[in-house]
Design a binder for this molecule. Structure first.
Ligand SMILES: *Cc1c(COP(=O)(O)O)cnc(C)c1O
Length: 708
């Protein structure tokens, strides 16, 4: 039975299941970085035998099995209770990345984490979702940083032997293959399945013997390589994804494209519909009525743009099978007046009738950016709405915090309790207990950082400065700030370094010292991002900061878990309005870690004065495209230092020796309550279901006018 459980990633958000593995062999569990498949391969039979005699483990085991068996029943879930008639009518969810577990490196950051959390929540709520993505057998990349602070990338391949992935077979027991024509060549596409609770996720793969060597590499890597390469991958995802579902006999009722990467699925469905005799116009209407599109960033580089030649080269002459001309086909993705630009977001906006941004702030920005597609209608009439992102509570709230809530709501609260009840439980929690829980998570983080440094020191580092820079000198007694995210320049990891002397004074204050932990990868093609990273990395080794800055290599899910729960303050400094939402601050808040940030993305909604701190918006104007803006950076930096020096640090240290600050714990509770009430995937997915999926399945009219 444990083996069955390990084959469904459901265990990864079940506290009991994880505790079970932990209790069987703690060191092995840590050593595999919480990977159940690998764990069961390596655990000794004696350990398992011993454990089978242990009453605590047995009881836990029974509980896990009982819950696991409930997964096969759809009855009793939130969705089945409300929409019994839609129970068996699937929603296809296409995404170029899914972050499900650290051992499956098919994600690069926030978009993937969101998709993974979306699937987990769909499982909890019983929403009949089916995920479709790509199987990047070469993975994303491991971050290796040279002595000079320059990021070098090394491979981080997917290892199918330590992952619960299986090849998808057809009814005949042979691998299920579909064909997709790319640049005039027929390429075979197979798939792997990974099961996330009740939700299957299909990952497409061209690495098959039937394909030639070049085509086998098509799906090998995430977001690396030239645009043509990306384009081919997206063609595989969109066209291959629809064909795979059909080959498996799955007929989705609603189709959701998570970001523009998946937009070619609309094109394949247009081919299907025109093939049944519909005109292209009627087909497009039908696709719009049943499709949802989520746009994820206002940053131009985040939107795939290809040239019409590239599109023609890869996809042509697909239009012949759709009953339209080449020009009509290319016009679907044509952006602005430029005949040569083919943009995936534009394609999605034309063919999905229900469109959302990922925060209220991002909705404003998206309407402004895409207004031209509606003939410059007033912004209020542009039919782009928003569903603010959320995070999956059971994935991101650490055990000591969950245990506190369980004290008042009982052990099944995560599935059952209403957000308001959870918030009330948090408010009533004893301050000392909350602080003790937080403190235990801090200790865990510092332990983790030390042990990681120890291993790297032993195995690869020759240089002692590396050791200091990686956090070996951090002190558990010192106020700790966390900043972990992709190193893109607009996220401004360098804001504090604009005044190094002031930063040095802040960090090395003898009575109220401060330390900062940084982590994050730069995109392999982003040299400005890499320079930023280099600056932070080298500062961490600069003795004048006295070891109070750390840079942790290789930010990924596992490290993210430790960080968001173990620091005292989360720092988020995007240049407004470029952060569409941001989710790491929500993860921190779910663990009682307040945020200090610019009023962008989710923080423009979440900040209310009692739950953290905000850098006020620059007066006058919405910020527009938000390019390089030295004045804004300077101003935001002044505010940032001011808040830290005058408000945040004094509040944290307003305490007697060995105790905690009452005001600070009050702030922690504020962060926790706002997160459980408003920023979980529970609220997010329920909104998608009630306002997007169900109306689409019911054939309700789409909001607003279609674009011109
Ligand atoms: C949550 C998360 C992100 C996204 O965080 P942002 O706040 O959106 O930048 C990126 N990477 C990992 C590993 C995460 O866990």
């Amino acid at each position: 039975m444990l083996a069955d459980i390990s084959q469904n990633l459901w265990w990864s958000w079940q506290l009991d299941a994880r505790e079970l593995f932990h209790r069987i062999d703690r060191r092995l569990w840590e050593g595999t970085r919480h990977n159940a498949v690998q764990f069961l391969r390596q655990v000794s039979p004696e350990r398992l035998e011993e454990n089978a005699q242990d009453p605590i483990s047995l009881e836990r085991y029974d509980r896990v099995v009982r819950r696991f068996e409930l997964l096969t029943q759809q009855n009793g879930t939130w969705f089945a209770g409300r929409y019994p008639e839609l129970r068996n009518r699937p929603i296809a969810y296409f995404s170029a990345e899914f972050a499900l577990h650290r051992s499956l490196p098919i994600y690069s950051g926030g978009l993937g984490v969101l998709a993974g959390d979306h699937c987990k929540e769909a499982s909890d709520l019983g929403v009949p979702l089916i995920g479709v993505g790509l199987y990047y057998h070469g993975g994303y990349f491991d971050q290796l940083i040279g002595l000079d602070g320059w990021q070098r990338d090394s491979d981080d391949p997917v290892d199918p032997t330590v992952n619960p992935v299986v090849r998808v077979n057809g009814a005949d027991g042979k691998p299920c293959l579909v064909a997709v024509t790319i640049s005039g060549r027929e390429v075979q596409v197979g798939a792997w399945r990974v099961v996330v609770g009740r939700i299957p996720v299909y990952l497409l793969d061209t690495d098959l013997e039937a394909n030639d060597a070049g085509d086998r590499q098509l799906t090998a890597r995430l977001y690396t390589g030239a645009p043509e390469w990306r384009l081919r991958q997206e063609w595989v995802l969109g066209v291959g994804g629809v064909r795979l579902l059909r080959a498996l006999g799955i007929q989705p009722e609603v189709w959701h494209a998570n970001e523009g990467h998946a937009a070619f699925m609309f094109i394949e469905r247009m081919r299907e519909l025109t093939g049944t005799g519909l005109t292209a116009v009627k087909a497009a209407e039908q696709i719009r009525a049943t499709s949802v599109f989520t746009t994820h960033t206002p940053v131009a580089a985040g939107h795939d743009v290809f040239t019409s030649e590239q599109v023609e080269q890869v996809t042509g002459p697909f239009w012949n099978t759709m009953g339209i001309t080449r020009d009509q086909f290319l016009a679907l993705g044509k952006s602005g007046g430029d005949d040569r630009r083919f943009e995936m977001t534009v394609l999605s906006l034309r063919l999905a009738g229900r469109v959302n941004a990922v925060s209220a702030r991002h909705q404003e920005e998206s309407r402004r950016i895409w207004r031209w597609m509606w003939g410059k209608k007033p912004v209020a009439d542009v039919p782009i709405d928003h569903v603010t992102n959320g995070v999956h509570l059971s994935t991101w709230m650490a055990r000591p915090i969950r245990d506190l809530v369980a004290k008042s709501l009982g052990s099944d609260w995560e599935l059952e309790a209403e957000p308001a009840a959870v918030a009330a439980a948090v408010r009533e929690t004893d301050d000392d207990r909350l602080w003790a829980a937080h403190d235990s998570l801090r200790q865990l983080l510092f332990h983790y950082i030390r042990e990681e440094a120890r291993v790297r020191w032993r195995e690869k580092w020759k240089d002692a400065a590396r050791l200091a820079g990686s956090g070996a000198l951090l002190s558990p007694a010192v106020f700790t700030i966390g900043f972990a995210r992709r190193f893109a320049t607009y996220k401004r990891a360098d804001l504090l370094f604009r005044d190094r002397e002031r930063l040095r004074r802040l960090l090395t204050d003898p009575s109220r010292p401060v330390q900062i932990i940084f982590s994050g990868k730069a995109h392999p093609a982003d040299d400005p991002g890499k320079r930023l990273l280099q600056q932070v990395f080298l500062a961490a080794q600069d003795p004048s900061f006295e070891g109070r800055i750390a840079f942790l290599e290789d930010y990924e899910l596992h490290l993210a878990h430790r960080l968001v729960a173990g620091v005292d303050l989360w720092l988020n400094l995007p240049r407004v309005p470029l952060e569409a939402c941001g989710t790491s601050g929500m993860k921190a808040a779910l663990n009682g870690v307040p945020q200090l940030g610019t009023l962008d993305g989710w923080w423009a909604e979440g900040y209310t004065g009692q739950k953290g701190w905000a850098i006020p918006r620059a007066s006058g104007g919405t910020g527009g495209a938000g390019g390089e803006d030295g004045d804004t950076d300077q101003r935001d930096m002044e505010h940032l230092f001011g808040l830290l020096e005058e408000k945040v640090v004094p509040m944290y240290y307003d305490r007697l020796p060995g105790q905690h600050s009452a005001e600070w714990v009050h702030m922690m509770k504020g962060a926790l309550t706002v997160a459980v009430e408003r920023f979980t995937t529970r609220r997010m997915l329920q909104t998608y279901v009630t306002q997007y999926y169900v109306p689409a399945a019911a054939g309700e009219a789409t909001p607003g006018d279609p674009p011109l």
